[in-house]
Design a protein. Structure first.
Length: 330
C-alpha cells in the first residue's frame, strides 16, 4: 500500500471520528474552506487532515468543511473572500495573491528558488516569516506552506528547448503581471485566464498552451490536448493553507495554537503526498503519449528574465532585501 493510499484511509477514519464529534458537540462552529483541486489530490487530502485534527483537538468546538473543485468560485475571487472573512480558510497559490499582497510576488519571480528543498528551508524560515507578515497586513494568516512542485511549459505546437521556442506561442498564465512579463520576455503572448478554462481553450486554439506542475497538467487532462511538456521548471511557487484574519481573531489563543499546529502538520503531509503524486503523474502523461523534454541549459532562460527582475525591483524597492535573501541563500 502506498503512502498516498495509506493516508487516504487514515484521513477518512479521522474524518469519521471528527464527524461523530461534531454531531455531539453543542454550539460547534463550522469553518468553510476553499480548494480548487479534486478530492483525491495531495492538497485536498492534506486539507481534510487539517480539518480532522482541528475537530479532534478542539473536542468538536471547531469543525471545518472543505469545498473542493473550486465550487466556491475562482481562485482570485476566493482569495478576496478569505480576506473579507466570507470564506474562513483556503489553499492558494501565492501567484494570484501578488495582485493584492506584494510580498507574495517575490516567490513568483522566475528561477528565484534553486530547488524544492531550498524552497522548503526558506519558506519554513525567514522568507516565510517576512511573506507571512505581508499577508497578515492584508487580512490573511498563513498556516502552512504547501508544495506545488516546479512549473514547466506545455503546448500543442512544439517542444520548448530555448527561449526562442516560446516566441509567438499563446500561453495561458495565472492572473499576475509577473507571469505576463515572464512570457513576454521570451516574445510569447501571455493570456491570463481562469484555470478551469484552459482545457477547452487549448483544444479550440484560443491558446497554444500553459505552464504548470506535472500533477496539475495530468489531473486536468491537459496532456490530452497539449502533447509537448518541456521541463523548464521556471517557477517554484509555494502554496499556502491560509485562514482569514477575521476568522483567526475570533478564535481563542488555545484554538489558534491548535489551528496553527494542524496547518503545519498538514503541510508536512502534503509534501510527502506531493512527491508520490508527481512521480505517478509523470508516468501517466508519458504513457498517454506526451513528449517530455528536459532542458540541457537553463541559463538562456534565466538571462531572459533579467528585465523581469529589474522591473520588479524598480516597482518594489522595499522588497529588495527579501529578493536577495532568497536568491543568495546557500
Amino acid at each position: 500500500m502506498t503512502i498516498f493510499s495509506k493516508t487516504t484511509l487514515m484521513t477518512s477514519g479521522a474524518l469519521l471520528c471528527a464527524t461523530i464529534g461534531m454531531a455531539t458537540s453543542a454550539g460547534a462552529e463550522e469553518l468553510r474552506g476553499w480548494n480548487i483541486h479534486v478530492e483525491d489530490y495531495p492538497v485536498s487530502i492534506a486539507m481534510e487532515s487539517f480539518a480532522a485534527e482541528v475537530a479532534d483537538k478542539t473536542g468538536g468546538e471547531l469543525t471545518a468543511k472543505t469545498f473542493h473543485n473550486g465550487v466556491l468560485g475562482d481562485q482570485p475571487d476566493a482569495i478576496e473572500q478569505v480576506r473579507l472573512g466570507v470564506i474562513d480558510f483556503g489553499e492558494f497559490s501565492l501567484g494570484p495573491m501578488g495582485q493584492a499582497i506584494p510580498e507574495t510576488n517575490v516567490v513568483s519571480l522566475p528561477f528565484i528558488f534553486k530547488s524544492i528543498p531550498d524552497m522548503y528551508a526558506l519558506m519554513d524560515g525567514a522568507a516565510g516569516e517576512a511573506i507571512g507578515e505581508g499577508m497578515k497586513a492584508k487580512g490573511i494568516v498563513p498556516l502552512g506552506w504547501y508544495d506545488a512542485g516546479a512549473r514547466s511549459f506545455y503546448n500543442s505546437v512544439q517542444p520548448i528547448n530555448t527561449p526562442a521556442d516560446v516566441a509567438g506561442l499563446k500561453i495561458r498564465v495565472m492572473s499576475n503581471d509577473l507571469f505576463v512579463q515572464m512570457v513576454e520576455s521570451m516574445d510569447g503572448n501571455a493570456t491570463p485566464m481562469a484555470f478551469g478554462e484552459v482545457y477547452q481553450s487549448i483544444k479550440t486554439g484560443v491558446v497554444d498552451g500553459a505552464e504548470n506542475n506535472p500533477p496539475s497538467y495530468e489531473s486536468t487532462n491537459h496532456y490530452e490536448v497539449a502533447k509537448y511538456y518541456s521541463l523548464t521548471e521556471h517557477l517554484i511557487i509555494p502554496e499556502c493553507l491560509c485562514m482569514s484574519l477575521k476568522t483567526w481573531e475570533k478564535l481563542t489563543p488555545e484554538q489558534q495554537d491548535i489551528v496553527m499546529t494542524a496547518g503545519r502538520n498538514s503541510a508536512n503531509l502534503q509534501r510527502e503526498l506531493w512527491a508520490e503524486r508527481e512521480a505517478a503523474s509523470m508516468q501517466v502523461i508519458t504513457a498517454g503519449g506526451t513528449e517530455v523534454n528536459a532542458i540541457a541549459d537553463k541559463q538562456p532562460f534565466q538571462d531572459a528574465m533579467a528585465p523581469v527582475y529589474e522591473s520588479f525591483l524598480a516597482d518594489n524597492p522595499d522588497l529588495t532585501d527579501l529578493v536577495n535573501l532568497i536568491r543568495n541563500a546557500e
